[in-house]
Design a protein around this ligand. Structure first.
Ligand code: UDP
Ligand code: MG
Length: 317
C-alpha cells in the first residue's frame, strides 16, 4: 500500500472547511477505486485561527480516523503551516493544498498519474490567468517575477502555486532546508527535481475571504527577493560608487564656479539619501541573518489529533 498525505494549512476557514472535506473525500474515494494501492491521511494545520476552525478539526477527527491535525499556539503564517504539514506527513506522497477550493481536489487523480510511476517527482498547477484579481495586484505580481528571475539564480515560475503533489524524496529535500525565513516558491524550485506544470484557469475562493492584504503580499515578495538573492547588496555597492563619482564631479564644478553653497547642500542630501538606501538594504539582510542565527522553531503546536484523542480516551468519553 502507498499512503498519500493531504496537507491543508488553514487560517480562519470555518466557513469553507465542511465543503472542502466533502469535496476531498469524494475525490479520494474515487481515487481509491481507480488506484487500489492508495491509502489516505488528511493533515490539517490550524494556524492560530480565531474562528471555529479547531472545533471543526476536532469533529472531523471524531468521525474519520484518517484525519490528523496540528493546532498552532498562534498565527505563524502559511509558510510555517506548510512546513509543519510536510514535516509531520507520513505519506509516500504528499500534496499541499489550500482549504478554500482554489486548489480544486479534482486535480488530484491526474497529479497522481504523473508522479505514480516516477515519471515526475512533483505535479503542480500553474495558473494561466489572473482572473478575479485586481489590475494593480496583477501588475505588481508580474513585475515581481520579472525582477526575481533576473537577479536570482533560482528560477521562480510565474503563476506557479503552492498546490504541489510530491514524492517522499522531494519532501525530504524540502525539509532539509530548515531556514526560518521560508519562501516556498523559491524553496520548491531550489530543490530541483522533475516538475510537471498543469495549466489551469484561476478560480475564486469558494467561501470566506483572503487573508492576504496588498501590503502583506508586498512584504512577502521582498522576503522572497532577500531570501533567494543577494543582488540588492550589489545594488548598494553600485549606488555608492555612482554617488562617489557624482560628488567628485560636483566638487570640481563647485570649485570652478566658486559657488559652493548650493552644490554642497545638494551633495549632502544626495549622499545622505544613498547612504540611507544602502544601510536599509544591509539592514534587511542583517535582520534575516539575525533571525536565522537564533534558530527559533518555525512553529509551536499546542494541540494535535493525538493529544485530543488520548485526552478524550482518558476522560472516558
Ligand atoms: N493560510 C494560513 N495562514 C495564514 C494565512 C493563510 O494557513 O496566515 C492558509 C489559508 O487558510 C488558505 C491558504 O493559506 O488555506 C491560502 O490563503 P488565502 O486563500 O487567504 O490566500 P490566497 O489564495 O488569496 O493567496
Ligand atoms: Mg485562496
Amino acid at each position: 500500500m502507498k499512503l498519500l498525505s493531504i496537507v491543508v494549512p488553514c487560517y480562519n476557514e470555518e466557513e469553507v472547511l465542511p465543503l472542502f472535506y466533502e469535496e476531498i473525500t469524494k475525490v479520494t474515494s474515487q481515487m481509491a477505486e481507480t488506484y487500489p494501492e492508495l491509502d489516505f491521511e488528511f493533515l490539517f494545520i490550524n494556524d492560530g485561527s480565531k474562528d471555529k476552525t479547531l472545533e471543526i478539526f476536532r469533529s472531523l477527527a471524531d468521525q474519520d480516523r484518517r484525519v490528523r491535525y496540528i493546532s498552532f499556539s498562534r498565527n505563524f503564517g502559511k509558510e510555517a503551516g506548510m512546513y509543519a504539514g510536510l514535516s509531520n506527513a507520513k505519506g509516500d506522497f504528499v500534496v499541499v493544498m489550500d482549504a478554500d477550493l482554489q486548489h480544486p481536489p479534482a486535480f488530484l487523480p491526474e497529479m497522481y498519474s504523473y508522479v505514480r510511476n516516477g515519471e515526475y517527482d512533483c505535479a503542480t498547477t500553474r495558473r494561466t490567468s489572473r482572473k478575479g484579481e485586481s489590475k494593480v495586484r496583477s501588475w505588481f505580481a508580474m513585475k515581481f517575477y520579472k525582477i526575481m528571475n533576473r537577479i536570482s539564480q533560482t528560477e521562480i515560475v510565474d503563476g506557479a502555486q503552492d498546490f504541489r503533489f510530491m514524492t517522499r524524496q522531494m519532501v525530504d529535500s524540502i525539509l532539509e532546508m530548515s531556514e526560518y525565513n521560508r519562501f516556498s516558491k523559491g524553496i520548491f524550485s531550489w530543490v530541483g527535481f522533475k516538475v510537471k506544470y498543469m495549466p489551469y484557469e484561476n478560480v475564486e475562493r469558494a467561501k470566506g475571504t483572503t487573508s492576504w492584504s496588498f501590503w502583506g503580499l508586498f512584504r512577502y515578495s521582498i522576503e522572497g527577493i532577500i531570501a533567494f538573492s543577494t543582488a540588492p547588496l550589489l545594488v548598494a555597492i553600485i549606488l555608492g560608487m555612482i554617488s562617489c563619482c557624482a560628488s567628485l564631479i560636483l566638487f570640481i564644478i563647485a570649485i570652478i564656479c566658486a559657488s559652493g553653497g548650493l552644490a554642497l547642500a545638494g551633495l549632502i542630501t544626495l549622499i545622505g539619501g544613498l547612504d540611507m538606501i544602502c544601510t536599509g538594504i544591509l539592514g534587511q539582510y542583517m535582520a534575516k541573518t539575525y533571525l536565522e542565527t537564533k534558530g527559533r522553531p518555525i512553529y509551536i503546536a499546542s494541540e494535535t489529533e493525538e493529544s485530543y484523542r488520548s485526552k478524550k480516551a482518558a476522560s472516558g468519553l
